[in-house]
Design a protein around this ligand. Sequence first.
Ligand SMILES: Cc1ncc(COP(=O)(O)O)c(C=O)c1O
Length: 452
Amino acid sequence: MTVAYRDPAADGVAVQPPSSGVGDTVADLALDIAAIRADFPILERTVRDGKPLIYLDSGATSQRPVGVIDAEQEYVTTSNAAVHRGAHQLSEEATDAFESARSRIAAFVGVTNPDELIFTKNATESINLVAYAFGNASFVPDTSSGRRFALGVGDEILVTEMEHHANLVPWQELCRRTGATLRWIPVGADFRLDLTDLDTLINDRTRVVAFTHQSNVLGTVNPVRRLVDAAHAVGALVVLDACQSVPHMPVDFYSLGVDFAAFSGHKMLGPSGIGCLYGRFELLSAMPPFITGGSMIEQVFIDHATYALPPARFEAGVPMTSQAVGLGAAADYLSHLGMDAVADWEHRLTALALQELSAVDGVRIIGPADTTDRGGAVSFVVDGVHAHDVGQILDDSGIAVRVGHHCAWPLHRTFGVQATVRASFAVYNTPDEVHALVAAVREAQRFFGTGS
Ligand SMILES: Cc1ncc(COP(=O)(O)O)c(C=O)c1O
């Protein structure tokens, strides 16, 4: 890996100190952004007739450094085998690579017991795993430890109005199947959770509180500890959607006190096709399985089976092994950079984007206007121009952003917008790319006759 500390003279990265006070000069940067960019081969390509790619869609999926690509290739070319099965050398090597990745990824999110980290297909599957396990709890014998997760009429599940569909629809479905009631914390005009009625929203009937750490639309970072304490005070379990936090800031699930947390590999510089679920071991070992079959069993008879301890209980079938190896390398890469430094850099880019976009007449930011408790998902509307049209003009300039409702339709309804444009940053983005974004937004206004 070529990550190095920055040489300000060499990288050519110019940061205009934002007025929001997030940083004074480039001299205090801990990262060599030019060296980091060189680790991402895709950033060298051009799009749309030779325009340099400006990738501002890392909230949807991030790009991969060579270290991640190489780790997967090395595994596939030297050790590929089914893990936890054969007695041969390749199978042993594959198992070691897989379990080593699990330990390193767990450590990356502050989890010292790797058995508390389950590999899934993506964060969506991680959340469904919990919801389905709770659903299955209604069908285990009364004497089974899993029974404690069974929900029914009178129970409540609390979400928030800013959830991604991945942390909303599975809970809607669980309520539909069990008769439990879904409730939600509203989002205020300041784009933050309105906790005025928290004491009534979290009550003796609340069994699960599921919410996002950072909104993928607003960028709002939620007060995890406050919600965890309120949930635990009534015996409810907390499920954290950490998709938009784990790749961008230091995250420690033990310190946050959450019971479960989900995140995706492909949003944290890792491969697609892999996600993670953290769960407290005591809970995971009492929960019934989600998907059943090979590898997740303890003993099998012709008419019944008993189940292995976690994580195996929740990893039926041959797992996504090269993806786990790649994700292990992504966690190493981010750890090597240092998540404080990553967060600091993205914070500066966000401040710059907020400052420059809010200076454009006719552009409204849908999210907090300053960087306090806020991450780098910057969504906005351009008055008089549909988000898809803005996206097309940006694309013509080589700028990749997300447009639409970003799988958060209820939130868009709350703010009365059909669709927004979202620029989302990762550690490899630069201030020049932010300037280019803003220039292209002005161009879109000119093209559609709404700007000056
Ligand atoms: C906040 C949040 N939660 C969940 C997801 C779902 O992630 P995945 O598609 O990897 O399952 C996303 C993806 O955009 C997200 O931003």
